[in-house]
Structure formats: structure tokens, C-alpha cells
Design a protein around this ligand. Structure first.
Ligand SMILES: Cc1cc2nc3c(=O)[nH]c(=O)nc-3n(C[C@H](O)[C@H](O)[C@H](O)COP(=O)(O)O)c2cc1C
Length: 398
């Protein structure tokens, strides 16, 4: 299989699985593990996919086949499809300026792009280069209230309307591959250094000429000499607030007048509490199986949470979306939209904006075909009645 695809070749990639395989070939081993890996034995990572395979679509016969309506009104905006690119940190390890490529791909397809606190490209640069972007911002709560207030005010200034507070990463999940691949921060093991040399194209596209990038959003808070990869990693390690609690979320609700969503919700009581605090939504997520090992699959959690908050706040889901039919299942179980993590990252690793765009196009095409084959003319009509649940004792209703 060719290890590199240019934009014009992207049409020859026919599934996210193929894109994944191409990304695996293109990236050095340590970057591939960073992208694809989960914590510990990767049981939650596997569960995220298994839960999708355990529910089945219950199609209806003889429904005339027109292009189905997949537009979604969400948080005051119209999305061309019920999906968006979710927040992922340090994308510059996959491709230079990957955050910009993702923002462009999303914007060209009428869906939002959510920038991570620990992105490589800053929010100001994204907005300057992609002025039409529907930019969301994901916040890692900071120990220093002034730094947090500054991040929020910058987000407001660049036109962010929707803020996601991530709740599931106060400590880093147990990612053994990371400890295996690095002997100390940013210092790869000898085997990995040799492996990097076997990936000249990646070296050229990521490392040349300045090495690994710093974290753009954090640069204003770093001394000039430390505005680099190591300096920003040290800074975020010291700054991430490990004492985050509901009181902090209530204060954030007062501080942020735009849409506020809590990301990393897996328990219905937490979703209820977020609703009571006046949040605009929750993202049902286990961080793609990278944090709490043994955590409930995100689709399993959605079945518990939807009956409690569906229709009262925005209900989003991520972790494990790899097919358009996955999106149909998530919507049928109550999600308003899904966030994409690795799916668009595999694309960007393979072919920058064209690769991320191909991932979005594939999901859109698959979702459209799935709806046609189900006899469903509008995503509004997706509900538990569209599912045949053969393996679970949950009813999936409500
Ligand atoms: C490489 C990588 C980096 C991530 N960085 C962040 C981050 O900075 N902030 C955050 O809230 N979630 C982060 N996530 C989690 C994603 O937002 C999302 O929850 C997860 O990727 C969804 O699972 P999926 O990749 O199976 O779709 C990251 C995920 C990956 C794969």
C-alpha cells in the first residue's frame, strides 16, 4: 500500500479503516501509538467499537428513496451534517499545521471545528487563516485563574460561541506506550529514533525545519526562551487543574456567556447536575478510551443519559465513530450530533486538509446511504424504534 496520498488520490480511499491503515504506514511508531492507542489493556477502546456492533438498524420497507435530510440545528447554528471535528491536542505531531488543515476541512463542509487548549496552532491564527470557521474551544481548566480568564477572553475575541470544559483528564490515563517510547520528556528511545529515520517524509512534513511545535494557545504565558515543545509541555503539566469540581463549573457558567458544554460525562446524574447548573449541553465521552481504563463505552453511557436530558440540553457523543452507520445509531439513541476524534486525525496524518476532508466526506456519504437503506428520510426521524437491540437487556427507549 502506498504510504502517502496526495489530494487527488484521496477518492481512492474508501473507508476510515483504509485511511487508518495508511496513517499507520505514514507515521513513525511513537506517533502512531500516540494517535491510535488507549490506556492500559485498551478494554474501553475496544468497548467503544463493540457497543456499536451490538445494536442493529431496523429498516422499513418501501420508503421512496430521496436524498435524506441530514442538516442539524445545534446551539443556534445549522450544521450541514450532525457531526463536528472534536478537540485533540498536539496534532502537529501528525502533520505540520494540522489544526489549520482540520479547520479548513470542517469549514468547507459546513461543520464546526473544536480547537483544543493544547493545540499547536493558536486560536488567533486559526481565525486569521480560516475566517469562516465555526470555531469551538475546548478548555482544560488552569490552576492560575488569570491564565484561564485570558484564554476565555481570547476565545470570545476570536468569535468562539461554544466552549467545552473537559472533565475526564485531571490526571493522565495510564498510557504505557508513552512511557515505553520516551526515556524522558521529548527524548525518544534509541529504537524509536531509528524508526523515525525510516520515515523521511514524516520528518520533512513535521520536523523540518524547526522540530516539534510548541502549543500555540499557551505561548503568551511562556517566557520567550521556553516557547517551544518542551517548554509548553512542562507548562501544561504544571498548570492543568487537578482539583476541578462542580463549584468551578458553576463559576465558569457565570464567567462564560456563550454556550457551555461539559465533555467527559458518562453518568446520568452528572448530566442532570450539568443541566441544573444551566449548561447548554454535555458530551458523552470516555476520551476515546485514553483515560479511565474499564470505563463504560460511550454508546452504552448514552443509553443511560439520553432518557434524563434528551431535549433539555444539547446531547453530543464521541468515542468510536468510524462509520456513517455509527452516527445513525448514536442519533437513534438520542445524540444530537457526534464529535470525531481519531477519524479525521487519520485523514490529516495521511494527506493534510484533503485527508481530513476525505474522512468527513466518507462519513457523510455513508450516513446518507445508511438512511436511504433504512427507509429514513430525515435524521429527525431517527429514534430507538429504528434499532433492533439483540444483545442487550437495555430497552434503548426513552
Ligand atoms: C491524539 C488525541 C488527542 C486528544 N486530545 C484531546 C484534548 O486535547 N482535549 C480533549 O478534550 N480531548 C482530547 N482527545 C479526546 C477526543 O476529544 C475524543 O474524546 C476522542 O478522540 C473520541 O474518540 P475517537 O478517537 O475514538 O473518536 C484526544 C484524542 C486523541 C486521539
Amino acid at each position: 500500500m502506498r504510504s502517502f496520498y496526495r489530494g487527488r488520490d484521496m477518492g481512492r480511499v474508501h473507508s476510515i479503516a483504509e485511511l487508518t491503515e495508511l496513517a499507520r504506514h505514514r507515521l513513525p511508531h511513537f506517533a502512531w501509538e500516540y494517535l491510535s492507542g488507549g490506556s492500559e489493556d485498551e478494554l474501553t477502546l475496544a468497548r467503544n467499537r463493540a457497543s456499536f456492533s451490538e445494536i442493529h438498524l431496523h429498516s422499513r420497507a418501501l420508503v421512496p428513496c430521496h436524498p435524506p435530510v441530514i442538516l442539524r440545528h445545534l446551539l443556534g447554528r445549522e450544521l450541514a451534517a450532525p457531526m463536528l471535528i472534536g478537540p485533540t491536542g498536539y496534532n502537529g505531531m501528525l502533520h505540520r499545521d494540522a489544526d489549520l488543515h482540520l479547520a479548513r476541512a470542517a469549514t468547507a463542509r459546513g461543520v464546526p471545528f473544536c480547537l483544543s487548549t493544547v493545540s499547536n496552532v493558536s486560536m488567533e491564527v486559526i481565525k486569521a487563516h480560516v475566517p469562516e470557521v465555526d470555531l469551538w474551544f475546548q478548555l482544560y481548566a488552569m490552576r492560575d485563574p488569570d491564565i484561564q480568564a485570558s484564554l476565555l477572553s481570547r476565545a470570545q475575541q476570536v468569535g468562539v460561541e461554544t466552549l467545552l470544559l473537559t472533565s475526564d483528564a485531571m490526571v493522565l490515563g495510564n498510557r504505557e506506550w508513552d512511557r515505553r517510547n520516551f526515556i524522558r520528556p521529548r527524548e525518544l528511545s534509541l529504537g524509536n529514533k531509528l524508526d523515525v529515520l525510516r520515515h523521511p517524509r514524516w520528518l520533512h512534513q513535521v520536523m523540518w525545519p524547526n522540530g516539534l511545535p510548541s502549543m500555540g494557545n499557551l505561548e503568551p504565558y511562556l517566557p520567550p526562551a521556553e516557547r517551544n515543545a518542551l517548554g509548553s509541555m512542562k507548562f501544561i503539566g504544571e498548570q492543568m487543574d487537578t482539583l476541578l469540581d462542580w463549584g468551578m463549573l458553576a463559576r465558569l457558567r457565570d464567567q462564560w456567556s456563550g454556550n457551555l458544554l461539559l465533555k467527559g460525562v458518562l453518568h446520568p446524574s452528572d448530566a442532570e447536575r450539568a443541566l441544573a447548573l444551566g449548561l447548554d449541553g454535555v458530551v458523552v465521552s470516555n476520551h476515546g478510551g485514553r483515560q479511565l481504563e474499564g470505563a463504560i463505552g460511550s454508546l452504552d453511557a448514552l443509553r443511560l443519559i439520553a432518557p434524563v436530558v434528551k431535549g433539555k440540553m444539547a446531547l453530543l457523543l464521541d468515542s468510536g465513530i468510524r462509520r456513517g452507520s455509527d452516527i445513525a445509531k448514536a442519533l437513534a439513541l438520542g445524540a444530537d450530533a457526534v464529535l470525531l476524534g481519531r477519524t479525521t486525525l487519520y485523514g490529516v496524518a495521511v494527506a493534510a486538509e484533503q485527508g481530513a476532508g476525505r474522512a468527513l466526506d466518507l462519513l457523510r456519504e455513508e450516513l446518507t446511504r445508511t438512511l436511504n437503506l433504512m427507509g429514513c428520510t430525515d435524521i429527525q426521524d431517527l429514534d430507538p424504534d429504528c434499532l433492533a437491540d439483540l444483545h442487550s437487556h437495555f430497552t434503548g427507549r426513552g
